[in-house]
Design a protein around this ligand. Structure first.
Ligand code: SF4
Length: 314
């Protein structure tokens, strides 16, 4: 199976102790069965040291987070005590893979970096070149036999060609994407009051997200997308990560709308929050949006459903 990744992928390194929003705080970490078996096979002292900090409910085992939501193995320097003691091989799948995500196709796999990780967000938004996939592992392959997959790749290629055509201003490229999928511009870019109530009703992880939403609600409407490389990279990220859902339901337009809406909301929140460095604020707003909205399947489903409803009314 061939493996492809965005061009920025090989540059990713976890910044561990330098990370201000460590993924080892606030997230429930489920331990996969293969890793559990490895933990159970450890010598008694090491085994007990791990299982003293796990909890098993309804057949699934997780690390027992501390009262302030920290992984029990995260030390005061922001480093993982399991890695320090045993090496990276000790990690469960979630800890080893985060922040990677995978798009699985019949003849190839694509790996990407999730925007919820602050270092991944920095890499994605500051990548200077138009979005492109590079081959990390090549095996002889034929064109996809599945006609839906062949159609998917053709449509996605066309989307990225439009989005990444830097001979045109980004607003023109966005207009073409909207037109190609018969999407209503106003329901995405000129309906902030409506979307603020939708986002306010979503599930959330951290109180800081409420502050971000409040800043957005109190700011004047932000009706467009800035013509910047970071904005283009944001749209490309959401397309690359979420378009694969169209393979199941054929709903391409609603996922294009989701990518544009997400870039719009992140930008509006970053503008509302201000700060000395607009790019640093945009990166942090992207990370928070991804963590609070995009990584929550229920939240994403609510947004896709609402976008679908609005586009049908259009
Ligand atoms: S969020 Fe990213 S950079 Fe921070 S600790 Fe997790 S993987 Fe490392």
């Amino acid at each position: 199976m061939s493996l492809f990744a965005p061009a920025y992928y090989p540059a990713f390194r976890c910044i561990a102790g330098d990370c201000a929003h460590s993924c080892c705080i606030g997230w429930e970490i489920g331990i996969d069965l293969a890793t559990l078996a490895r933990y159970k096979a450890l010598p008694p002292k090491e085994r007990k040291a791990i299982f003293a900090h796990t909890v098993t409910q309804k057949g699934s085992t997780t690390f027992r987070l501390s009262a302030n939501g920290r992984c029990p193995f995260l030390n005061d320097s922001g480093l993982c005590r399991l890695i320090l003691t045993h090496g990276e091989e000790i990690l469960c799948d979630i800890c080893r893979e985060h922040p990677r995500f995978y798009n699985l196709f019949s003849q190839q796999t694509e790996v990407g970096l999730g925007l919820c990780c602050e270092e991944a967000a920095r890499l994605i938004l500051t990548h200077p070149d138009p979005f492109a996939l590079i081959c990390l592992k090549d095996t002889a392959q034929s064109a996809p036999a599945d006609p839906f997959e062949a159609d998917f790749f053709a449509r996605r290629e066309e989307m990225f060609q439009i989005l990444c055509d830097r001979s045109r201003p980004l607003p023109d490229r966005v207009e073409q994407l909207l037109a190609n999928y018969s999407l209503s511009r106003s329901t995405i870019f000129d309906s902030d009051r409506h979307w603020q109530s939708v986002y306010r009703a979503l599930e959330r992880l951290h109180p800081a997200w409420d502050d971000a939403l409040t800043a957005w609600e109190n700011a004047p409407p932000f009706p467009t997308l800035p013509d910047t490389v970071a904005t283009e990279q944001l749209i490309a990220y959401f397309l690359h990560r979420h378009l694969t859902g169209a393979l199941e339901d054929g709903s391409y337009g609603v996922r294009v709308a989701f990518a544009l809406l997400s870039a719009h909301v992140i930008t509006a929140i970053a503008v509302a929050m201000g700060g000395d460095s607009p790019l640093a604020t945009l990166i942090d707003a992207s990370r928070a949006y991804s963590e609070e909205v995009e990584y929550d399947e229920d939240n994403t489903a609510v947004l896709l459903k609402e976008l679908d409803r609005l586009q049908r009314e259009f």
